[in-house]
Design a protein around this ligand. Sequence first.
Ligand code: ADP
Length: 284
Amino acid sequence: MSIKIENLTHIYMKGSPFEKKALDNVNITIDEGEFVALIGHTGSGKSTLIQHINGLLKPSSGKIVIDDVDITEKKINLNFIRKKVGLVFQYPEYQLFEETIEKDIAFGPKNLGLSDDHINSRVKRAMNMVGLDYENYKDKSPFELSGGQKRRVAIAGVVAMEPKILILDEPTAGLDPKGRDDILGKIKDLHREYKMTIILVSHSMEDVAKLADRILVMHKGKAILDGAPSQVFKEIDTLESVGLAVPQVTYLVRALKEKGIDISSDVFTIQQAKEEILRILKKC
Ligand code: ADP
């Protein structure tokens, strides 16, 4: 189940004075089970790219092949894509509308034409996957919940479609620190326990450093950097030149290193920094 993006270009409002090339000959392959973070400044093309992967947008040129099927060809059945690729939009809780949580999560599977038993087991499984107790929550209104819980319901609605690939656009935007950690923990579980391929759009280098195996940096519609966090975070100058940065803790350890302290400059998370500092203290 790989995603092959080949020579993908997207031009909005082609031929009008507002013509805008949002994607410019993008070539990326994402393998099954990868956790990829997509980062870039506002307007760099991230949303346009992810909407191509779930078939909402069609390319101006180029193609996307998922599981050996070209999803950009005209005759493609959209249900095929919906079953493979789940997209959680920004602030997905704004799309909750049913009177109970159970009905809301059941909406997608129902549209797939599944039997009631199948729908029910998918709802239970999806709620379990995002950490919502079925019996406790099924009859509650989604509107009674906290921001973080509402977002879990919205994610469960996409997860209930049982996609192999899950794309999340800024899933922690607007949440408090606890809500943010909860959601990120659940996303990590979806990847580790349920083996989903994850594409996470994020502005937070701290989140990306903690979770992703691979980082793709977009700028002006092009993928300008692509590699493991340790590779991408070495490119401080390039990142800063496109309005991005490395994690705060990485600046700190690099400043310490410049002062002559024997610390690894490949530190991207607080946990890694803690381990490095303890290692240094042991030597003292
Ligand atoms: P990002 O998600 O990184 O913020 P987008 O994919 O939303 O970037 O936008 C890429 C470029 O395409 C931007 O210049 C943006 O203004 C433009 N754009 C996005 N959506 C549309 C649209 N529906 N019509 C015209 N231009 C758009």
